[in-house]
Design a protein around this ligand. Structure first.
Ligand code: NAP
Ligand code: ZN
Length: 349
């Protein structure tokens, strides 16, 4: 089906309106009329091929919410009109040990990303949520139980929400734990809300003086401006866990120094060029870890959506028409987003 979309034809070209083709739903497919799509920093990294390997035309977008407009003959879990979401994955092998454990994001045969993934559909790679509709295998469609008027603010949960929820759960964050969230952007602001809701003592780290009060309003118990050494030193050796969401290379040692013995800093930001090599002695003397984490599995994404619905958690958003995407990217690069841009898909019509 011909579908209006917005994408780029090359790494150095601005996004523009384009027509794409969506497949006719097969027996296990769900067709979704997209209402809103969040704007993730990964969209920008991909569309500008900062990680390499981008296939063009590139239509980004993996924080998708909308309504079911058709279902295949074998779909039993969804009906026309249901409010649903799609995150960063649209398929995986379903038979490796990772898939068997519900960890499709670590599929040993490679999950299929919602954009820039391999597919039999034209043009041979997946095209994401900066579009009017999408057709997705029912195993990768999530149910949304938030009130309908919050739908736009639910969209960022599909990536920013799960990418912060999954490591917080994996490292057993809860009451009695001191948790740092580094970088108060799309991911970081969700990290603050979720760690707070899990009962942890939350310290936000920001390079932006202007986000001090915001971070408290989001749920941080304390805020540190990471450019001020005295504020950093005051927290030396005190954290159980630090979640680092920064999208640019930076000095990791300043943060590992803040971990307790056996503490972990989990990196989720994927900068286009490497961080300076960390100070290994600082890890050894203290048995500290630097770890990484990738989004979350489908079952855990549903768990996160239900946790957020139960706790009244949504993202703080600024809605834009799709035509403003390039200005939104430039503002994201200046850390000037409060705290996630969301595209109103009606602007594609
Ligand atoms: P974002 O909205 O741009 O937020 C990043 C934040 O990092 C900024 O708001 C800023 O916060 C801070 N920052 C930016 N430049 C910095 C610098 N040079 N030094 C220190 N801090 C800096 O981006 P996002 O959408 O949250 O994504 C963050 C990263 O996670 C991206 O690299 C993205 O690709 C990656 N990602 C990973 C996964 C995964 O599964 N692992 C999933 C989604 C996204 P302050 O103003 O507070 O300093
Ligand atoms: Zn993302």
């Amino acid at each position: 089906m011909p579908t209006h979309a917005y994408g780029a034809n090359a790494a150095d070209q601005a996004l523009q309106a384009m027509q794409i083709e969506r497949r006719t739903p097969g027996p296990h497919d769900v067709q979704i009329d997209i209402a809103f799509c969040g704007v993730c920093h990964s969209d920008l990294h991909t569309v500008r091929s900062e990680w390499g390997g981008t296939r063009y035309p590139c239509v980004p977008g993996h924080e998708i919410v909308g309504h079911v407009s058709a279902v295949g003959s074998d779909v039993t879990g969804f009906r026309i009109g249901d409010t649903v979401g799609v995150g960063c994955m649209v398929d995986s092998c379903q038979h490796c040990s990772a898939c068997a454990e519900g960890l499709e994001q670590y599929c040993q045969n490679g999950f299929v990303g919602t954009y820039n993934g391999k597919t039999a559909d034209p043009p041979g790679h997946t095209l994401g949520g900066y579009s009017q509709r999408i057709v997705v295998d029912d195993r990768f469609v999530l149910k949304i139980h938030h009130p309908e008027d919050q739908l736009a603010a639910v969209a960022p949960l599909l990536c920013a929400g799960i990418t912060t929820y999954s490591p917080l759960r994996h490292w057993n964050i809860g009451p009695g734990k001191k948790v740092g969230i580094v970088g108060i952007g799309g991911l970081g602001h969700m990290g603050i809300k979720l760690a707070h809701a899990m009962g942890a003592h939350v310290v936000a780290f920001t390079t932006s003086q202007g986000k001090r009060q915001d971070a408290r309003d989001l749920g941080a118990d304390e805020v540190v401006v990471s450019r001020i050494p005295a504020e950093m030193h005051a927290h030396g050796g005190s954290f159980d866990f630090i979640l680092n969401t920064v999208a640019a290379p930076h000095d990791l040692d300043a943060f590992t120094a803040l971990l307790k013995r056996d503490g972990t800093m989990c990196l989720v930001g994927v900068p286009a060029s490497p961080h300076p090599s960390p100070n290994i002695g600082q890890l050894i003397f203290g048995r500290r870890s630097i770890a990484g984490s990738l989004i979350g599995g489908i079952a855990e994404t549903q768990e996160m959506l239900d946790f957020c619905a139960g706790h009244g958690i949504v993202s703080d958003i600024e809605m834009i028409p799709v035509q403003h995407i390039d200005q939104a990217y430039e503002r994201m690069l200046r850390s000037d987003v409060k705290y996630r841009f969301v595209i109103d898909s009606a602007s594609l019509a």
